[in-house]
Design a protein. Structure first.
Length: 229
């Protein structure tokens, strides 16, 4: 079923497009719903669409040589994915799954790919998004180099947190299992660490969100448990 052009216009990538172009794209765009833990985009699949997340949350994952699941990054509403395969024409480099019931828009690659290269405003948005993702991945690699699990978890929560300094939130906080596969830890280790952080008042549950004491979190991320005594 096609979508309304206004739905596409809500995405930053499309804000600069004239209405006639949006109408053409919208007429060929498909809305698809996915249940929790359903595969949204298989690894090594051929590029066919540029995908946009309307609601829910997705996670890109891969697997180590011994078969362990590794979380790479999260995809939140308003974001898009599958752009790498669409740009270079190679296969999808990672698996994308739904962490909750999600709705995704599938824009045909044959229609959107020429616009990525011929429209300066779109190219700029695309480049900025790629740079942002690379920067996050660099930080994530640094986090994985931390030997202490508490430091690793605190640094990761810093990366996820949003808001004013000293009073931040992790919106729609990932589950302990989702964090575990991002940080190469066990779910049990994440759960124990969360209990410690909640006892210290560093974390407080607020519905689906986590309220974060960013000052304590930063100290623990930098110095580990000895720095909090």
């Amino acid at each position: 079923m096609a979508v309304h052009p206004i739905v596409l216009q809500q995405f930053l990538l499309f804000k600069s497009l004239p209405m006639d172009v949006l109408e053409r794209l919208a007429g060929q765009t498909i809305a698809q719903s996915f249940a929790k833990r359903e595969v949204v985009l298989p690894k090594s699949s051929a590029p066919r669409h540029l995908c946009f997340l309307v609601s829910g949350r997705l996670q890109a994952i891969d697997f180590t040589l011994d078969g362990r699941e590794v979380g790479l990054y999260f995809i939140d509403p308003g974001d898009y994915f599958a752009e790498l395969a669409l740009i270079d024409g190679q296969t999808q480099p990672e698996l994308v799954i739904s962490n909750s019931a999600s709705q995704v828009l599938l824009v045909p690659g044959a229609e959107i790919r020429p616009l990525l290269f011929s429209t300066p405003a779109i190219a700029e948005v695309l480049c900025r998004r790629l740079v942002q993702r690379v920067r996050v991945q660099v930080t994530h690699r640094q986090i994985l180099g931390l030997a202490n699990p508490l430091q690793r978890i605190c640094a990761h929560l810093q990366l996820l947190a949003m808001g004013d300094q000293g009073n931040q939130r992790v919106l729609k906080a990932p589950t302990h299992q989702e964090i575990a596969i991002m940080l190469s830890l066990t779910r049990e280790t994440v759960t124990r660490t969360f209990q410690v952080l909640q006892t210290k008042g560093v974390l407080t549950r607020a519905g689906e969100d986590l309220q974060v004491d960013s000052v304590q979190l930063a100290e623990l991320a930098m110095r580990g448990p000895s720095g909090s005594d």
